[in-house]
Design a protein around this ligand. Structure first.
Ligand code: GLN
Length: 479
């Protein structure tokens, strides 16, 4: 990614990004806020420091886009929800702090499905973001704005969150890389909570190398987020030293529910891997068929709890139709949440209610354990697993938004990775005949994030150079 230096100023980088952002905003509706004033001011400060010969960091003057569910005082943090409109955060998310300490400059906040509930960015209070390849199709979701901002080369990276696929699926729908790290790798302090047992902070970029740099900068234990793991990112992982990898393929995902173009992209990638000498391992993972149902019980249960704090009293939007406290809560929540938010709150409270807890929540928790065990067994037999991200390429705007089950089904191959806390990397995998982006995901064991990126970088390099041997110097050999 292009950083500022004595020849290329941060102001010129930021100006160029903002110009593009404004232009594409009209057609693609990517941003909920554009940081015109602050971004230029910060860039000028960086240029001053460069002039003085100071070290301004590894992301000096790099413009980036921030998913609008990360808190920072620049612009309102709305999570694309009406109920958060008017909320300017007094705190800054740890991930944002770390990026900006290295000189990155936020040029805009990106659109998402309100509270990250969705797979298309159509559930945004501000209206949908359009796909980077086809204006009649969805951007994917929930981090649709971030994915499109990178795909259209407005910025070289953007932040995302992935609770059930929200980085990997929009990355795939727009032909770029997207990493959902191991659960607990990047601090979630200052990120609007969705499903706390699966929420992850991650990134979109054009290359695995850029993702690696972003992870080096942002990964690490944070006293403000007790779910962060002790630092591991980038430490040696001997398990992955052998250049010949065993790649698992999940037979249970090879069925008619998956579009032919995606099955072909997977088959082609498998052939490519075999030709390079990698070993393919077929996996039977029958518990994965419970993943979607388990996810849509566990995550709404957590959503119901996390969204209970939005009451119209403490922050954001407040309905003015009420003359007593109870009505204030009810009217604010009724007017402030989107219907998908309400659906999840109701589902979540239902599955947790005393009469139904055993039948739903407890069962889902047991299914989750089966899924975790199945993945752990699979990683005894292979290094990484290669699967589709979603069953279809980007679908038409409006096609599924009124059919929640059809929308949920789009997540059937991404959510198990979240339930098991594993890292998942979306990689581009060509295009359909109509020019829509295709992608696949590489899934690894917990803490293999850097190895996944390295393998993806090798695959990418191989597809240009055509050889498997020595890539020890990828990422500067410091894995
Ligand atoms: N599409 C999934 C859902 O709606 C995932 C969302 C996400 O990862 N934030 O729950």
């Amino acid at each position: 990614m292009k950083t500022a230096n004595k020849e290329i100023t941060a102001v010129s980088l930021v100006q160029a990004a903002l110009e593009k952002a404004h232009k594409f905003q009209e057609t693609h509706h990517i941003f909920t806020f554009l940081n015109d004033v602050e971004a230029i001011k910060k860039a000028a400060e960086i240029d001053e420091r460069i002039k003085k010969g100071e070290n301004v960091g590894r992301l000096a003057g790099v413009p980036y886009a921030l998913k609008d569910n990360f808190l920072s005082p620049e612009g309102e943090t709305t999570a694309s929800a009406h109920i958060l409109q008017g909320f300017t955060s007094p705190v800054t998310a740890t991930a944002v702090e770390k990026l900006e300490k290295e000189g990155a400059i936020m040029i805009g906040r990106t659109n998402l499905d309100a509270f990250a509930h969705g797979s298309s960015t159509e559930n945004s209070y501000f209206g949908p973001t359009k796909n980077s390849k086809d204006l009649e199709r969805v951007a994917g979701g929930s981090s649709g704005g971030s994915a499109v901002a990178v795909a259209l080369d407005i910025v070289s990276f953007a932040t995302g969150t992935d609770t059930g696929g929200s980085i990997r699926q929009p990355a795939t729908f727009n032909g770029i890389y997207g990493l959902k790290p191991t659960y607990g790798t990047v601090s979630r302090y200052g990120v609007v909570a969705m499903g706390s047992s699966t929420d992850c902070v991650g990134f979109f970029a054009q290359t695995p190398e850029d993702l690696n740099l972003l992870m080096e900068i942002t990964a690490g234990q944070d006293p403000k987020d007790m779910t962060t793991l002790p630092d591991f990112y980038g430490k040696d992982n001997e398990k992955f030293n052998d250049p010949i990898k065993k790649i698992g393929i999940i037979k249970d995902f090879d069925n008619d529910a998956v579009a032919p173009s995606i099955r072909k992209a997977l088959a082609d990638k498998v052939e490519e891997l075999k030709a390079k000498g990698h070993e393919i391992v077929e996996l039977n993972m029958p518990a994965l068929k419970y993943a979607l149902a388990a996810y849509y019980i566990i995550v709404p249960a957590e959503v119901a709890s996390n969204l209970s704090r939005h009451d119209g009293v403490r922050y954001g939007f407040r309905s003015d139709k009420s003359d007593n406290l109870n009505d204030l809560y009810e009217n604010t929540r009724n007017e402030g949440f989107m219907s998908e938010n309400k659906r999840r709150i109701m589902t979540g409270n239902f599955v947790l209610s005393s009469g139904f807890y055993d039948a739903y929540y407890l069962k889902a928790a047991k299914a989750r354990t089966m899924i975790i065990n199945e993945y752990d067994d699979a990683f005894e037999k292979c290094d990484f697993i290669l699967t589709p991200v979603s069953p279809n390429p980007a679908f038409k705007l409006g096609e599924k938004v009124d059919d929640p089950v059809a929308m949920y089904l789009e997540d059937m191959m991404s959510v198990s990775v979240n339930l098991a806390g594993l890292p998942g990397l979306a990689i581009p995998a060509g295009e359909t005949e109509d020019g829509l982006s295709l992608g696949l995901q590489l899934v690894g064991p917990r803490r293999s994030d850097a190895d996944l990126l390295k393998f993806a970088a090798e695959m990418d390099k191989d597809s240009h150079a055509g050889s498997i041997d020595s890539h020890a110097d990828i990422f500067g050999g410091k894995d």
